[in-house]
Design a protein around this ligand. Structure first.
Ligand code: ZN
Length: 108
């Protein structure tokens, strides 16, 4: 964070501020290159978030499957229902996140 001079009142304001905190002057003087960089970083953040969510979903599905395989709960017990639910939710969430990632990549 750096301090810049407000073009209107010449007081020191943060370069991150959208407007001057002293006089309210709009500091929308960002170059298009800066704007592009911000946009790309936001997109990358979103991609990372979806990717970690899909990894978490996969982990849930695998954990549920491993539990079901190792513990072998009775078919009608709540443990089995929980394992089914975990596998189902994990797989669906994983697929949803992969689809979101594909759509995100298609955006220019
Ligand atoms: Zn100002």
């Amino acid at each position: 964070m750096a301090l810049i001079d407000c073009p209107a009142c010449h007081k020191r304001v943060s370069d991150k501020a959208k407007e001057c905190q002293h006089c309210g002057f709009k500091l929308a003087t960002r170059s298009s290159a800066e704007h592009d960089r911000e946009l790309r970083r936001a997109l990358q953040d979103k991609r990372d978030s979806i990717l970690s969510q899909s990894m978490l979903a996969l982990l849930i599905a695998i954990a549920a499957f491993a539990y079901f395989y190792v513990a072998q709960p009775l078919p009608d017990s709540w443990q089995a229902q929980l394992a089914y639910a975990g596998m189902l939710v994990g797989s669906i969430w994983f697929i949803v996140n992969r689809v979101r990632l594909v759509f995100l990549k298609k955006k220019p």
